[in-house]
Design a protein around this ligand. Structure first.
Ligand SMILES: Nc1ncnc2c1ncn2[C@@H]1O[C@H](COP(=O)(O)OP(=O)(O)O)[C@@H](O)[C@H]1O
Ligand SMILES: [Mg+2]
Length: 204
């Protein structure tokens, strides 16, 4: 069998070097055309210079997730709620760069989260369900909104898990219960959101 040709994106992915420190991964080196645009638990996302694209490179223990995620992106390829997948490799994906803010950043920076955004997420998740997926791991870092109020969902590897995930329903309930109340801060401190998230994870 012929080996796969090395593509440009593959060679960019090969320049990314991670360093592990107590099970946490840090980027030690990368090609100068790549700029870090987000750090997750399983991967780091890089914006490609001069192209509206993101190269998501998985940390060594999570490389198997790349295949799962590319498989799920192919299932939702006809929906504008999800970035288009252009290429995937054993440890990386190339997808549209969403020029916007995560819902987490919206809360941090005081950017309003409109009820319409919540409805857009619902529509996006219904679409994924229709395509046979089981939306999971829907949290504030994986929901993005652009300046023209269009919501996008990223990081959909776990959409193919079988276990029911209540995270989005819980987030939505919290939004309707608290977000528009006078006591809700216009900017939520990062430490507070991280604390709530870690308590939520612990009681799951
Ligand atoms: N396509 C994208 N456009 C813009 N930002 C992105 C994109 N993909 C990832 N990011 C940023 O990078 C972060 C980590 O990416 P993510 O795919 O969620 O990794 P993980 O699977 O480790 O959680 C996201 O929370 C987001 O801030
Ligand atoms: Mg994520």
């Amino acid at each position: 069998m012929m080996p796969n040709p090395i593509t440009l994106y593959h060679s960019y992915a090969k320049t990314v070097v991670f360093q592990e420190d107590k099970s946490t991964y840090h980027v030690k080196a990368h090609h100068p055309d790549l700029t870090i645009c987000g750090v997750g638990r399983s991967a780091t996302a890089f914006k490609l210079k001069g192209e509206p694209l993101v190269l998501k490179v998985f940390y060594p223990p999570y490389e198997n997730i790349a295949e799962q995620e590319q498989h799920n992106y192919r299932k939702v390829k006809d929906s504008s709620y999800y970035p288009t997948l252009y290429e995937s490799g054993s440890n990386y994906l190339v997808i549209d760069h969403i020029d916007g803010h995560t819902f987490f950043q919206c809360l941090e920076e005081g950017i309003p989260i409109l009820p319409d955004y919540v409805q857009q997420v619902d529509h996006a998740l219904s679409y994924a369900k229709k395509k046979g997926l089981n939306p999971s791991d829907i949290h504030l870092h994986n929901l993005l909104v652009t300046k023209d109020d269009r919501v996008h969902i990223i990081d959909i590897a776990r959409f193919s898990q079988t276990k029911t995930c209540y995270q989005w329903n819980d987030l939505k309930a919290g939004y309707y219960k608290h977000y528009h109340k006078a006591y809700f801060p216009s900017k939520v401190p990062t430490w507070m959101m991280n604390l709530v998230a870690s308590i939520y994870r612990r009681v799951q």
